[in-house]
Design a protein around this ligand. Structure first.
Ligand SMILES: [Zn+2]
Length: 491
C-alpha cells in the first residue's frame, strides 16, 4: 500500500515535471526569434549604413538597387512643410558627378522613367530611391552605384534649380496625382487628427513651397540624409562579393553630421471619438467605403509566437473575405468587391479595417451589407468547416510559394528587405515559413479564432456612427452626385 502510494506520488511528480517542461519548451519556442533568410546578407558599415545583398537570377542581367532613407515628411520642421518631397525631386536636378541632363539620359538609357516620383517616393516616414539596372552593358552597375551615392550625399541644390522646382511642386500640389491622391489629402488630416501626422502631409504647404529660402531645404538634406538612417539594397544577377565591394567603395566615406538630430517616432493618440467623413472628387470613378477600427501600436512579429499570431489573423481575414466575396457574387450584389483585415497604419501602428468598393451602385446598400456582415461575425463567429477550408487554402498557397521559390523576382525580394529595414517586418525565408505554417496551422482552434474576432470587432457598432455622421451628408447629395469616398473611424 505504502509502496503504491509512493509510486503514485513519484508518477504525479514526473507528470508534473513533464507538463512543466512541456510548457517551458513551448514557451521558449514561441519566444524564439526568427532569424533572417540566410540567402540575404545583411551588414552594417562603421558609419551605421545598413546594407542588404542577395544574388537572384530572376530575371537575368538585372540588378535592383535601392537607396532608402529612414526619414520623410514627419521629420520636417515647421518651416519645411513639403521639403522632404521636394528633396526627393532635387535628386534629379543634378549632383556632383551628374549634371541634370546626364542623370536623365542615364535613366532613359537603362529604361526607367525619371524624376517626379517615377522611381522615387516620399512618404511620412521614409524616402526611397529605386534603380533597376540592366547589367548587359558593362559599366551600368558601377554608374548606378555612383548615382545612388550622389543621391545619398552629393545632390547640388543650386539656387536656380530650387527655383525651377518650386513651380513643379506647386503644380503637383494643386493637381495632385489624381482623384485618389486628392481625396487622401482630405482624409489624412481627419484620420490622424491630434497627432503630428495630421500636419505633416508629404505634399506640405503651398505657402512654404512658394517662399522658403534655399538653405531651408539644404538643412533638411543635411539633417536627415545621413548614413545611420540609410540602407543600400542590392538584389539581382550579381556576385555578392562584388556588390559588397561596390557598397564599401561608394558608401564607407559618408559621414554623419556633428550634433545629429534625434530621429523621432510619432505616436498616434488613438481616436477620441467616433466620426465619419465623406470626401468627393469630380474625377473619382466610384464609391468606396472604409471602416477603421481602433488603432493600436503595431505588435512585434519577430518571434515564432508573433508569426503564429499573424497566421491567426490571416485565417480570420481569409474567412471573412470569403463571406464578403460570396456577397459580391450574388445576383444584384451590394458591392463590387469588399475586403477586411489587419493592416499597417502609419509607422508603428496597426488596425483592423474593412473596405467595400461600391462602384456606381447604391452606397447605402453597400454600407448596410458590409456592416451587417461584420456584426454577424462579431456575434456568431465562424464555423468549423469555414476554418477547415481556410487552413487548407493557406497551406496550399504556402506550398505553391515554396515550390516556386526559385522563380521569385528580384523586385519582390528587394521590396521585402525595404520593409525589413524600415519596419522590422520579419524575413525568415520561404523554407522556414513553409515549415512554420505546417507546424503551427493545425494547432489553431476555432475557439482561438473566434476569440480573436471578438478582440478585433467587439464594442464597435457602426450604425450610430453612420446615422449621425454619414447619412445626413448622403441624404443631402444631389443626383447626379460627385463620387465619394466614405471613411468612418471609432475609438
Ligand atoms: Zn512629386
Amino acid at each position: 500500500m505504502k509502496e503504491i502510494s509512493r509510486f503514485r506520488k513519484f508518477l504525479l511528480m514526473v507528470l508534473f515535471l513533464v507538463t512543466q517542461l512541456g510548457t517551458v519548451l513551448a514557451q521558449q519556442s514561441m519566444d524564439a526569434v526568427l532569424p533572417p533568410d540566410p540567402s540575404v546578407k545583411i551588414g552594417k558599415l562603421p558609419n551605421g549604413l545598413t546594407y542588404y545583398i542577395r544574388s537572384n537570377k530572376m530575371p537575368e542581367n538585372k540588378v535592383e538597387l535601392r537607396l532608402v532613407i529612414n526619414a520623410g515628411s514627419i521629420n520636417e520642421d515647421d518651416d519645411q512643410l513639403g521639403l522632404a518631397h521636394m528633396a526627393e525631386h532635387m535628386a534629379f536636378n543634378g549632383t556632383k558627378n551628374f549634371k541634370k541632363n546626364e542623370i536623365v539620359s542615364f535613366l532613359q538609357d537603362i529604361g526607367v522613367g525619371f524624376g517626379n516620383d517615377l522611381n522615387a517616393y516620399t512618404s511620412f516616414d521614409e524616402t526611397v530611391y529605386m534603380l533597376p539596372i540592366p547589367t548587359d552593358k558593362p559599366g551600368n552597375l558601377e554608374k548606378g552605384f555612383q548615382v545612388l551615392e550622389d543621391w545619398a550625399h552629393q545632390v547640388t541644390y543650386l539656387d536656380e534649380d530650387i527655383e525651377t522646382e518650386r513651380a513643379i511642386i506647386l503644380e503637383e500640389s494643386r493637381l495632385g496625382k489624381g482623384a485618389q491622391d486628392r481625396m487622401m489629402r482630405q482624409i489624412y488630416p481627419a484620420l490622424f487628427a491630434g497627432s503630428k501626422y495630421a500636419v505633416r502631409l508629404p505634399i506640405g504647404s503651398e505657402q512654404v513651397i512658394k517662399s522658403f529660402k534655399p538653405d531651408v531645404i539644404r538643412r533638411f538634406y543635411k539633417d536627415w540624409y545621413r548614413p545611420n538612417l540609410m540602407a543600400v539594397l542590392v538584389v539581382g544577377d550579381v556576385e555578392p562579393a562584388m556588390a559588397e565591394q561596390l557598397i564599401r567603395k561608394h558608401f564607407e566615406g559618408l559621414k554623419n553630421p556633428a550634433n545629429e538630430r534625434k530621429r523621432e517616432t510619432v505616436k498616434i493618440p488613438g481616436y477620441l471619438k467616433e466620426e465619419a467623413i465623406v470626401v468627393t472628387d469630380k474625377e473619382a470613378t466610384g464609391y468606396s467605403i472604409t471602416l477603421n477600427y481602433p488603432i493600436s501600436s503595431a505588435e512585434e512579429d519577430k518571434t515564432v509566437g508573433g508569426y503564429r499570431r499573424n497566421l491567426v489573423r490571416q485565417l480570420f481575414s481569409s474567412m471573412l473575405n470569403q463571406r464578403l466575396q460570396e456577397l459580391a457574387q450574388q445576383a444584384n450584389p451590394p458591392f463590387v468587391g469588399a475586403g477586411a483585415g489587419y493592416g499597417a497604419f502609419v509607422r508603428g501602428h496597426e488596425n483592423f479595417r474593412a473596405v467595400a468598393v461600391v462602384g456606381t451602385g447604391d452606397i447605402k446598400k453597400g454600407l448596410e451589407a458590409l456592416t451587417t456582415e461584420l456584426e454577424r461575425v462579431n456575434k456568431f463567429g465562424f464555423t468549423a468547416s469555414e476554418l477547415d477550408r481556410a487552413k487548407k487554402s493557406m497551406l496550399s498557397s504556402m506550398e505553391r510559394s515554396y515550390n516556386n521559390r526559385d522563380k521569385t523576382e528580384s523586385q519582390v525580394w528587394v521590396d521585402e528587405y525595404v520593409r525589413n529595414f524600415l519596419t522590422g517586418e520579419t524575413i525568415p525565408g520561404i523554407e522556414k515559413e513553409f515549415a512554420l505554417v505546417k507546424e503551427l496551422v493545425p494547432g489553431i482552434s476555432l475557439e482561438e479564432l473566434n476569440a480573436t474576432v471578438k478582440n478585433a470587432l467587439a464594442k464597435v457598432h457602426w450604425q450610430k456612427t453612420i446615422n449621425w455622421y454619414m447619412l445626413p451628408v448622403l441624404n443631402q447629395m444631389q443626383t447626379p452626385v460627385y463620387l465619394h469616398q466614405l471613411i468612418c473611424w471609432q475609438s
